[in-house]
Design a protein around this ligand. Sequence first.
Ligand SMILES: *[C@@H]1O[C@H](CO)[C@@H](O)[C@H](O)[C@H]1NC(C)=O
Ligand SMILES: *[C@@H]1O[C@H](CO)[C@@H](O)[C@H](O)[C@H]1NC(C)=O
Ligand SMILES: *[C@@H]1O[C@H](CO)[C@@H](O)[C@H](O)[C@H]1NC(C)=O
Ligand SMILES: *[C@@H]1O[C@H](CO)[C@@H](O)[C@H](O)[C@H]1NC(C)=O
Ligand SMILES: *[C@@H]1O[C@H](CO)[C@@H](O)[C@H](O)[C@H]1NC(C)=O
Length: 875
Amino acid sequence: MALSVLGVFLGLLLEVSTHGPSSVPRTLWRHEEISLAEFSEPGVCNYSTLLLSEERGALYVGAREAVFQLDLSDVSIKKNQVLWKVPEGDMRLCTLKGKSAETDCQNYIRVLQILDEERLYVCGTHAFQPLCDYLSLKNFTLMGKQDDGRGKCSFDPTHSFTSVMVDGELYSGTAYNFLGSEPIISRFSWPQRLLRTEYSTSWLNEPSFVFADVIREGSNSPDGDDDKIYYFFTEVSVEYDFFGKLLIPRIARVCKGDLGGQRTLQKKWTSFLKAKLVCSMPELNFVFNVIHDVFIVKTSDWRETVIYGVFTSQWGNMGLSAVCAYNMTSVDEVFSKGKYMQKATVEQSHTKWVQYNGITPSPRPGACINNQNRMQNITNSLLLPDKTLQFVKDHPLMADAVLPIGHGPRLIAKNVNYTQIVVERVTALDNNVYDVLFASTDKGFLHKSVVYEGGPHIIEEIQLLKSAQPIKTLLLSTQEGSFLYAGSDSGVVQSPTAFCDKYVTCEDCILARDPYCAWDTHAVSCINVFQKKDNRHHRRFIQNLRGDAEECPSARPRSIDRPDQMVVKPGSSAELSCDVRSQLAQVFWKVNGNVLTESPHVLLMADQGLLVYSVSPQDQGHYECWTVESAAGKNFTRLVASYDLRLELPEISLASDILNGDPPTSRTAAATTTAPPRGNNGNNNAAGASPLTPSALSSVPPPPLTRPATTANVYAAKPDTKHYVPPHDSDPREQGPEIKDPHATYLQYDNSKALLFLFLLFFLLFLFGLGYNCYMQYLPGPCLRLRAALLGSQKKPQREYAACEAGLMDKPDQAEPQRQNGAIRDTGYETEPECGNGKVTSNSYEQDSESASKQGPFDVNCESQPIEYADADAS
Ligand SMILES: *[C@@H]1O[C@H](CO)[C@@H](O)[C@H](O)[C@H]1NC(C)=O
Ligand SMILES: *[C@@H]1O[C@H](CO)[C@@H](O)[C@H](O)[C@H]1NC(C)=O
Ligand SMILES: *[C@@H]1O[C@H](CO)[C@@H](O)[C@H](O)[C@H]1NC(C)=O
Ligand SMILES: *[C@@H]1O[C@H](CO)[C@@H](O)[C@H](O)[C@H]1NC(C)=O
Ligand SMILES: *[C@@H]1O[C@H](CO)[C@@H](O)[C@H](O)[C@H]1NC(C)=O
């Protein structure tokens, strides 16, 4: 089963990456184009813990060995700071345990929570001895009343971690020990009481915590239910057979009023339950199984709460990210009404998780204490019967999964790894409510998108960080004009939530389809409607979130009336720029009113500009750059730039320059040189014009014109092209043919070729491996059979090869070392021929090659079947 999961997966990766639904950001704002407030302190790094306090107008920042208080409206203003270093002795102890003094043994601030009016609660890793303290807000100093940080903060600064303060109690998801091997979801309440999870793989199995927050179900709940704290993490699955570690995104919850059990589950959660979060594309069987961050859009009625999560796939090198949204009602349904999973032992050693269909004890295991319990005199969890407690101890996992709204991702983006997400719910001028998603990437970018009826739309891509590094924390403040705060290893950045004023024309403003922006016909500018609420009624604003720019007043762009005059010397080159901001637009050029298709001297560049090289009299004329962008079912064609290209009359006297050695920088006509014209130089030079030669060009090579394939060339040859530098210079997708813009490239990429190429590659790899193993006589029997099979008939479908090879791809480093002992080993190849037959017993994929003889624990089914986690319901 697992094998087929991976096999289908591999095939689907290709399919998804070439055909799958996904979005391209419409506009890119580079770091230098926007002015963002930034903060960093010399010598301090890892600004990864942020805490907003809108009442105080403060942003608290936990960094390495320091806590800062910044001004919320301008983070470059530092209000306060306090250093918290590790004492010499603790540092020595830490290094003695084999940790690095420069990195591991520093004090990384990871908990920063508001405790009360006057104090923050601060915890740091403190040289692998987590420690907490109180930070007085009066004078911004640590109060020196140190608490043990075990179970509240991680030991290791690189370990995943989450925390939330709820009603003065600190909830954390972290590791409880030095090695980080004992995961824990805990609640710390004063004085010194810790409620925690059972240490068992059924409860938590190598979790990676991403988020925790409270949902206030308790306030005015008719059945007297409790507030709940939800945790989000990725963990290694226990319920699926898989040869690697199959990761599963989870949502878990505990009740705020939980006090633990009396005998069973003493000082442990009696309300810990977890369920699988599904984020997949059912139609393509593609699964996003690693969750990175969560944002909860809270409403007055908790039932209308929406949970947004960002996901990638465990097999992450395809660079696909997804945003899935979950309905709180469906979450609650799973926990309060769903079935439980149960551990069953099969074949002695091997355990399997199956759905439990027996009678569940009452009160319902894992439920919070409600009015009904109270009527039975069960007023707190200490009074819960042992039967209920024992059941929840053994059955923390729900059988039902939480499905996303719409049964699929809201948004899929390619070639990015989303790291964090925040969501702002806004009411646009059409009085509809939109959830605007802000997702940050591991390269320092931010995507702002909205899911409209017609599908997702990424409004803009904002380069928050100068250098390509992950954004570790992202917060949203809706006060004081709505700002985003991003923390990274190098500093803190503050960004507005909209860049309306960057859209200079009405069409651009409307085509952006940004709910924050509208065209103000009086001010003739694109304005942020949420910042100008006061005069909302006095002016005429145009906003059309379908992007229908027909409403715009027709105005002739300036450039039509006054084309830029370009006067060049014959034979030199002219660069006509065309600053197209929309990456969804198609660009075309017109010369003297005709659409430019092919012309010997022109070259469309990657930035949509036009390069006219070795300009001759025929090249003179009126040049126009147009864009066409589709929205609301219409095409909007706009003139972006226009030029009059004229030749400067050549000066005869300059001919001597050429005789003096024809310097490459010569911009004069090569009137007297006699080098043969280029092969593709199709235009006959008019009488009187000098024949032009390549040597007379500036450094531009004379490639065959037309835009495809050569654009990259020219791009490289002209490093001074200043208009538009593609975002990721080394990105291979920019090498593709037909570059329109770097983000749209893969849309035009020849899918079938890529597919074929990949299949061929896998096939060759497989053949090579097979050949090698045959040659080394590692595969006596199967090898011959396979050879016969291969040479005889080639009718085995490739899908199955891919399926089995997926195993190889997954852990390439394990097939190698096993080569030493010449016995028959499970290199993965052996399973190859049998795959078509259905079931194959293969060895555990762990490195125990000596176990080759014994019966493998995993039944691997190579048949292609829908993955959807292939639920193992042996009910
Ligand atoms: C801290 O920042 C440095 C770079 O500034 C980075 O190399 C390191 O991985 C960061 N450490 C953690 C724990 O984030
Ligand atoms: C959430 O679920 C409830 C009940 O199942 C349903 O009424 C509501 O429409 C759902 N909301 C969304 C956004 O899907
Ligand atoms: C609950 O406790 C009260 C007094 O302690 C008792 O009178 C009542 O019978 C109890 N109810 C149940 C359902 O046990
Ligand atoms: C996404 O992350 C994975 C794993 O960290 C990495 O291999 C991949 O190159 C990243 N992709 C992009 C587009 O950044
Ligand atoms: C818009 O232009 C595209 C080609 O660029 C064309 O296929 C499409 O039919 C046009 N749509 C409309 C509504 O004119």
